[in-house]
Ligand binder design. Structure first.
Ligand code: ZN
Length: 641
């Protein structure tokens, strides 16, 4: 439904009409006779969200990607209106009484019992059983949170900074030639690089110019400063008040309750366990980075944050004889795209077919139909290249689940270089990995679509399980056999050599200790920011203190990276979920050790885990698939390998 010329007023009218339909469905639930059957109540309740399917995903995607500013603004408004309706619903006493009046023991089936039990839990979490003034305040705070969160994200997205490269074009030494070519001197003769990831990541990784890296990271870690320092305090204050009103000690206690992990205490235990497991490795890596720095520069007593990626890359290039630029000729964008599609098709026994008829919002957006057994069963959009005012990271946006009138649909939004007539757009392997990661989310969403109940459709699983299918699918980007199916040299046509993949893997393994330590720092920070009464809690001081205790590099005076740490809005206290999901992914991956293109295993995985959506607890799905409880053995073996 998202076309380039979609009229904002029309989009808004469509959304309003859909909201009216949802309200009518709500009225039908409330009007059911007192003796209506369990099934009738479940069906009426599940019907409320269905009319919103078409606009919910489209509005969220459009607000982040549509070329028209007017449309992006309307989409933002629609997102707020839908969130507001969802809040109303979560506070609706009539709905609560209707569901609470059911006897769970009388449910016609396990799915119906689960749907009602989960809905009652969510309604109680929304505060529905509180008195009228409390509910009114909860509603106000929830609306406020949506606005504050949007402001936090927008402040980050709109603050792109740039620095003048000391030494002009020569100051870009170490960076790939195509990067240097793409950054010619401006009219004033100065060369500039920006804080956008497409500049920031290569500069931090490759630029020999330490002053450039220091200056750029200083700006990067001050994006959305000072505005978001204030917005973050608001976010902490409102979340805390909301959690207290709902009967929880903190926001962290509130948000962990419905996750696999269940409590902040368990998060602390998990973070501590992983932190200890990675510490020896992290220390050894830092010592090695420092030794190389001393060897090259003749001095140095520490590795700063802005030196980390650079010296890691230097160790990889030296000791491990791997230069991440050297694999790019094997990864032209189109070959990677076709490779991800073909790998997924072969693995799961499905087919992708380009669809050029469906309207798209920008000329570079592509659409594919997903066929299963020769029938079109889902639709995929790829919005893969950077442009002004577009979401700057990589993510899967779900559009529809297939429970309404549409097919299950989803869109990948990435920022990979765009091929042109004379540029094949060579990707880094890190991009290839990202592509598989996001495609793992996409397949999860599409395979989990079309449930009997909307409540279970799509990625309706516990939030700390969400990154398991995506991180699992990254493994396919590291396998020689899989890569050789599509990664051919763009000039010679030769498949990527197995020994190059082996060196690339060894280089990737290097730095794992540091990486995990930084991830656990983020996890602990996110838990602490939302883990207590924010009165008197200064997030900047907290960041400095936690860095001192947990990280091997010092805090850079005057930086405020938390002002642009978007996860503090989106994930709040639950940043741990990435690592938690990875632990489970590593365990599941053991089943594919014998061969990644094992289609029988992939079918079982799809059936038992992906296709189940939210029908059962993630722990139960994983237990059934593995034939035992998941554990941390595979993860710890990987960490110490
Ligand atoms: Zn992900």
């Amino acid at each position: 439904m998202l076309s380039a010329d979609l009229d904002p007023a029309h989009f808004h009218a469509e959304s309003s009409a859909r909201l009216d339909q949802a309200r009518a469905a709500l009225a039908r639930l409330l009007a059911l006779p007192a003796d209506a059957s369990f099934q009738a109540v479940v069906d009426a309740y599940d019907a409320i969200g269905r009319p919103l399917e078409r606009v919910r995903g489209a509005a969220s995607l459009a607000s982040q990607t549509h070329p028209s500013e007017a449309l992006r603004n309307v989409a933002q408004t629609i997102v707020q209106e839908l969130a507001s309706f969802a809040t109303d619903l979560s506070l609706h006493r009539g709905v609560y009484e209707r569901l609470a009046g059911l006897d769970l023991a009388q449910a016609p089936g396990e799915e119906e019992r689960r749907l009602v039990a989960n809905a009652l839990r969510d309604l109680r979490r929304g505060g529905v059983d509180r008195d009228e003034p409390t509910r009114e305040r909860i509603k106000q705070l929830s609306d406020e949170l949506v606005r504050i969160g949007q402001e936090f994200d927008l402040n980050i997205a709109s603050d792109t900074r740039s620095v003048v490269v000391p030494g002009g074009a020569a100051g870009l030494a170490g960076l790939p030639q195509d990067f240097i070519d793409a950054h010619p001197p401006g009219p004033d003769g100065a060369v500039r690089v920006s804080t956008d990831p497409t500049d920031y990541v290569p500069v931090m990784t490759y630029a020999h110019n330490a002053e450039l890296r220091r200056k750029l990271q200083f700006e990067y870690h001050n994006r959305a400063t000072p505005r978001n320092l204030e917005v973050l305090r608001e976010l902490m204050r409102v979340r805390h008040e909301l959690a207290r009103l709902l009967g929880y000690a903190s926001w962290a206690e509130y948000v962990t309750e419905d996750k696999m992990i269940r409590s902040p205490a368990k998060v602390r235990e998990f973070v501590e366990r992983v932190r200890r497991a990675c510490e020896p490795r992290m220390r050894a890596e830092v010592a090695e980075l420092l030794a190389l720095k001393r060897e090259v520069e003749g001095a140095g007593d520490s590795i700063a944050d802005w030196e980390r990626a650079y010296w890691l890359e230097r160790v990889k290039a030296g000791k491990l004889d791997f230069d991440s630029q050297s694999v790019r000729p094997y990864f032209p964008y189109r070959a990677v795209r076709d490779g991800v599609l073909a790998t997924s098709a072969a693995l799961f026994g499905i087919e992708f077919r380009a669809n050029r008829e469906v309207p798209r919002w920008h000329a570079s957006v592509e659409c594919y139909d997903l066929l299963d057994g020769g029938r079109v069963v889902a639709r995929v959009f790829l919005d893969m290249h950077p442009r002004a005012n577009k979401f700057k990271h990589a993510a899967m946006f779900d559009l529809t689940t297939g429970c309404g009138e549409d097919l299950p649909q989803a869109c990948l939004v990435c920022n990979f270089p765009e091929p042109t007539a004379d540029d094949p757009a060579l990707l880094l392997h890190r991009d290839v990995e990202t592509f598989f990661h996001e495609f793992g989310h996409l397949l999860h969403h599409l395979f989990a679509g079309r449930q009997r109940y909307l409540a279970f459709a799509g990625i309706a699983t516990e939030w700390d399980f969400v990154e398991t299918p995506s991180q699992l699918y990254e493994e396919w980007a590291w396998d020689t056999g899989v890569l050789q199916r599509f990664a051919r040299h763009h000039q010679s046509g030769e498949p990527i050599p197995g020994e190059l993949v082996a060196r690339m893997r060894a280089a990737d393994e290097y730095g794992k200790g540091l990486h995990v330590a930084v991830q656990m720092f983020f996890a602990e920070l996110s838990l602490e920011v939302f883990g207590r009464d924010p009165a008197g809690l200064d997030p900047t001081e907290l960041v400095i203190e936690l860095k001192r205790r947990r990280l091997p590099f010092p805090h850079e005076e005057g930086t405020h990276f938390h002002a642009s740490f978007g996860h503090l809005n989106g994930y709040s206290a639950t940043y741990y979920t990435y690592m938690w999901s990875l632990v489970i992914a590593k365990d599941i991956f053991e089943r594919f050790r014998g061969g990644l293109m094992n289609t029988a295993e992939a079918r079982r995985y799809r059936q038992s885990i992906l296709s189940a959506g939210g029908r059962r607890d993630a722990a139960d799905l994983v237990r059934d698939y593995l034939g035992r409880e998941y554990d941390t053995r595979a993860f710890e073996l990987w960490l110490n390998a």
